[in-house]
Structure formats: C-alpha cells, structure tokens
Design a protein around this ligand. Structure first.
Ligand code: AMP
Length: 218
C-alpha cells in the first residue's frame, strides 16, 4: 500500500500520518523529519538543507529526491509506505512516478487534508514536537501532552520548530500554494485523490481518513 499525504503546513499531516501508518501497518516517511534528523546530527545533507528549512523554503530537488528514494528503498518500505511531505512539487511527483514505475509499482491513493488558512496559523503557533522522535507531535491547546513540555509517548523533551515562526510560516504557505498545490491536479488526473476535512479532533480526522481510504486499500 503506497499512500501520499498532502495538505498545507499545519494541516496535521505528521499527526495523522503517525496514526494512519500504525493502522495500516506501513512506515511513515516524512522528508521534513529526515531533514530535521540530518540537521540535528550536523550531516553534510543537514547543513545543506538547514538554510532552506529555516526560511520555510523548499530544499532543492537534487537533495530531496535522492534522500526520499534512499528511504523508500529500505526493507521496511518494501510492502508500502505513507509519504508525508513528499512530493512537494511537480518535479518531485514525476520523480516519484518514475521511481515506482522502475519497480512496476504505482500509488494507491493521495490523501488531501483540507483546512482553512486561519486554522493553519493557530495550529502552527501552538505546535510542539518531541526531540527524540519528530513524529510525536502535540499542540499546547488542541492536543496537549499530559505533562507540559514532555512527550506522552516516549518522555522526550518537547520543542517548537525554528520554522514555526510567523515569517517562515508565511513563506511555507506561499510555497504550498505555488509549488505543492499543482501536484493535486496531477494526481487528480490519475484518479488518486481523496479529500477529507481536517477539522475536528485528531481521532475524528483519523476516522474520516480511514473511511475515505478504505475502498482503495481493501
Ligand atoms: P515538514 O516537516 O514536512 O513541514 O517540512 C519542513 C521543511 O523541510 C519544509 O518547510 C522544507 O523546507 C523541507 N522539506 C520537507 N519536505 C520537502 C520536500 N519534499 N521538498 C523540499 N523541501 C522539503
């Protein structure tokens, strides 16, 4: 089962991906998490990516596509994956199509999370991530951890992303509208897009997503 999750920054892709991947027994692959891990480890790839991620701009494709392909080639992804944050432009979407085609594979669904822009800004401002595992995402108001500043799942320290500032968020939203939204039409033309409203509790959205995906993954 191969699924792409798409939606604006703050739509809850990371949060939903965590639950959906578990329900569907496939690995959650987030290019944003991979960049953050490389940045915190100070790898050459991380050093290259940091100037872009911090400003809210897309990291160049020659860095991103190779990194995503390497991750998708690992054994745990042999039977499927849930992509979160990749592809983010048409060139990456086409690179993904050819990468899969080389293995006679295709995507099963593209799940679009729809959320109004005012909501996105509120969500991002209160978002907190776990230092030990970036897939553990909380919100000070909407999804608070039991103990302030501590991850419920693994006890890691919670922090605010350095691209969750007002200025970087504006850039990220522009990048989304200009570069990422066109991939939705690309996938619509292939009949792959399933759109759900991403408003409501985390559990409600997961339920809606599972219902929407059911006919495609059965
Ligand atoms: P995310 O955690 O998905 O919001 O990604 C955080 C940041 O990582 C983005 O704002 C970009 O700077 C970078 N990034 C993540 N995925 C991609 C991608 N597919 N293409 C280019 N840049 C990306």
């Amino acid at each position: 089962m191969r699924i792409v999750l798409v939606g604006p920054p703050g739509a809850g892709k990371g949060t939903q991906a965590q639950y959906l991947a578990k329900n569907l027994s496939i690995p959650h692959i987030s290019t944003g998490d991979l960049f953050r891990a490389n940045i915190s480890q100070g790898t050459p790839l991380g050093k290259r990516a940091q100037e872009y991620t911090k400003a809210g701009r897309l990291v160049p494709d020659e860095v991103t596509v190779g990194m995503a392909q390497e991750r998708m080639s690992r054994p745990d992804a042999a039977h499927g994956f849930l992509l979160d944050g990749f592809p983010r432009n048409l060139n990456q979407a086409e690179a993904l199509t050819s990468f899969l085609a080389q293995q006679s594979l295709t995507l099963d669904a593209v799940l679009e999370l729809e959320v109004p822009e005012v909501e996105v800004v509120k969500r991002i401002a209160g978002r907190r991530l776990c230092r030990k595992d970036g897939a553990h995402v909380f919100h000070v108001e909407y999804n608070p951890p039991k103990v302030e500043g501590v991850c419920d799942i693994c006890g890691g320290e919670l922090y605010q992303r350095d691209d969750d500032t007002e200025e970087a968020v504006r850039v990220r939203l522009d990048e989304y509208h200009i570069k990422t939204e066109p991939i939705i039409d690309y996938y619509k033309a292939q009949g792959l897009v399933v759109t759900i409203a991403a408003l409501g509790s985390v559990q409600e959205v997961t339920g809606r997503a599972m219902d929407a995906l059911q006919p495609r993954v059965a």
